[in-house]
Design a protein around this ligand. Structure first.
Ligand code: AQP
Length: 328
């Protein structure tokens, strides 16, 4: 069975973007692949997080993994910081990476372009930690949204460089990008990605949003004056985003939704999108409350950590021997 790994950074409440671009795909993959899914709590702290809120977000994220359909009998679920080898290999990989590579990472470049002042060193170097997260397990595939493809490419470059310098050590992973829903956009500004840490919560549907609030956000989503339900990301980014959301959640092709809405107003279209979103949220939220009440989460995370730590420590040992820092 090929191995697949992915993670989500709960730097806020998980969003519909996380569900469509990542989580629901993990659920589909868990029958076909040996699936490792982690909660990227170290990646969260590249930007300041209130400790209490962070703890809540981490537990909610792990509970949502299960609520969205990840089955701990099939998928291995763990907390990134429970596996100390990620950070240790991360430092070794940092010594095999170049400043120029990190300067080219989009998230860092965007923060520089916006002249943000307090960019932490962690935010600059976290793509190397992400490379470590991936290659420590010799993953074959990494399912990611479009925005994360660059990170998997960096992981590939670092793994190839290490293999060339020290002999075959790491498998070279491949990114897997979903065909529809790889980038769900903000509802208020559909030219930017829906992001959980965005200041304006109106643009973002959270998986734990009250259904009335979620509906209101969709009904108020920014559209255009074309009066035509048509997919055109440049001219009609808002409507295109709503089409993507609807198509992703129903599997109805975008062209078929467009055809059904010929000559019908945006209000009716938005109402149907809101219905579809609310059905999805309601079923996730039902399971979320059941799992929360059942208290199984700590055991799931402990079992997951036990399984992957054996693999991670073996790989780290192999690396340390190869680079010559072990003296035994
Ligand atoms: N809007 C999105 N559309 C499609 N896929 C998305 N993903 C995130 N947002 C969208 C995918 O979810 C996986 C986990 O991503 P993440 O939450 O760890 O990191 P992120 O992409 O940086 O998410 P945010 O919400 O934008 O975080 P903040 O606000 O903290 O920077 C990835 O596969 C990602 O592509």
């Amino acid at each position: 069975m090929k191995r697949m790994l992915s993670g989500i950074k709960p730097s806020g409440q998980l969003t519909l973007g996380n569900y469509i671009g990542a989580l629901r795909n993990f659920v589909n993959y868990q029958d076909e692949y040996e699936m490792f899914v982690f909660i990227a709590n170290l990646h969260c702290i590249t930007v300041y997080q209130d400790p209490q809120e962070l703890r809540t977000n981490l537990r909610d994220a792990a509970t949502l993994y299960l609520a969205c359909g990840l089955d701990p009998k099939k998928a291995t679920i763990f907390l990134q910081s429970d596996i100390k080898e990620h950070a240790q290999l991360g430092f070794i990989l940092a010594c095999n990476s170049y400043q120029g590579e990190l300067n080219r990472m989009t998230q860092y470049k965007e923060k520089i372009a916006k002249k943000e002042k307090s960019i932490t060193v962690g935010l600059y170097t976290y793509p190397v930690l992400m490379a470590s997260d991936i290659i420590i397990y010799d993953c074959d595939f990494v399912p990611v949204g479009e925005d994360q493809k660059q990170h998997v490419e960096l992981a590939r470059d670092i793994a190839e460089r290490f293999n060339n310098n020290y002999g075959q050590t790491f498998n070279i992973p491949q990114p897997l990008i979903p065909q529809v829903g790889a980038r769900i956009m903000d509802l208020v500004d559909p030219t930017k990605k829906m992001s959980k840490s965005d200041d304006n919560a109106k643009g973002c549907i959270y998986l734990l949003d009250d259904l009335k609030i979620a509906r209101k956000k969709i009904m108020s989503a920014v559209t255009d004056n074309e009066a035509n339900v048509h997919y055109d990301k440049t001219k009609q980014p808002g409507i295109s985003n709503l089409l993507t959301i609807m198509s992703s959640l129903t599997t109805e092709p975008i062209a078929s939704i467009e055809a059904r809405y010929q000559g019908i107003g945006y209000g009716t279209f938005k109402k149907e999108v809101a219905d579809v979103v609310c059905v999805t949220l309601a079923s996730i939220q039902d399971r979320y409350h059941q799992i929360k009440a059942s208290d199984i989460l700590d055991q799931v995370l402990a079992d997951g950590a036990k399984k992957v730590s054996a693999i991670a420590s073996k790989k780290l040992h192999e690396v340390q021997v190869k680079i010559g820092i072990e003296i035994k």
